[in-house]
Design a protein around this ligand. Sequence first.
Ligand SMILES: *Cc1c(COP(=O)(O)O)cnc(C)c1O
Length: 358
Amino acid sequence: MQQSHRSADLVRDLYRQGASYIFARKPEEIAKEYGFRQVARLASNENPFGPSPRAVQEAEKALVSMHRYPDTTHTGLIHALREYHGDYSFVTGVGMDGVIETCIRTLINQGDLVAISTPTFSFYGLAAAAQGGVVRNIPRNPDFTVDVPSFISAARDAKISFLCSPNNPSGTVTPVSVIEEILQNITGILFLDNAYVEFSSEEYHQLMNRYDNLIIGRTMSKVFGLAGCRVGYAFVPDWFKPVYDKAATPFTLNTISAAAAIGALSDHEYIRKTIAYVRTWREIFTKETRKPVLPSGANFVMIDVAPLTGDQATDFFAQKGVLVRSCRSFPGLADHYIRVCVGEEWENIRFLEAFRII
Ligand SMILES: *Cc1c(COP(=O)(O)O)cnc(C)c1O
């Protein structure tokens, strides 16, 4: 088999040479290498409580109908989202990643401009490039707040711009007033990534009533505890929903995951408990690590580990049985940061104890 020859002939340049998403190391791998029965998994910003029992119950009920194609309009899930958030237009996807990909597919022609506030989540740029978009990165200020004039001037003529609040990996929250100023000064769409918004004190969705160029991306992977189910959704302007549905891959969101999402949305006590727990531990992480911790509105904090690099610190923690995320893979960020999320109590304690001797 002439694999390499084939690859050169058939595969797009982008996927023979280009960048790809970088995942955290596998916990099983670290457990084996350093002899731990269990590794503290603090690299992926998941919910440490496990799924809500209601999500499990609804998913189980849905199993018996898995021989049928899903409801293409996801009526049940859209209804549950409206019960939870109010009377807005929603679209759904396979994780927020799926929603991001479909939004780009809906809007971007070859050569169209896509503006991204960086350093941030890498998938916006990867998805934009896959669709032939031309990515323009706009660096944040040194304290990771958005450089508003630069962002506006770069985003003004972009088809779609991406801004993440609370930002991954810095945790930085952008005030609603700043988002509003941006919306008033651009012609394209602002995709506001709110994957972690529940852990912050800011709320943006009331802006949907006043702007028809705002999409707010949300996910069931973080506070709702369904990362493995891959369910995302977005608040969209009314005009956008029919075109999004046209661009979307048919039947992507599966019946079982949609049912789990409906169950998770109904469990207000689980959500409340998760948020309170995360806020408490975020405070403790901020106080008890002797290195600079960025102010965070998310379920993680970014820590400046200089003079170590993020990779060195990540290796150190791996040896102590703690999986954290080196921030080296975030384009435009210096190499001396790690990102650590709130986990179960034993995980948090193991992390803090290791931090004492780093
Ligand atoms: C986790 C995350 C997402 C999306 O996650 P899905 O699991 O695909 O829903 C989107 N944006 C940011 C910034 C994230 O951290």
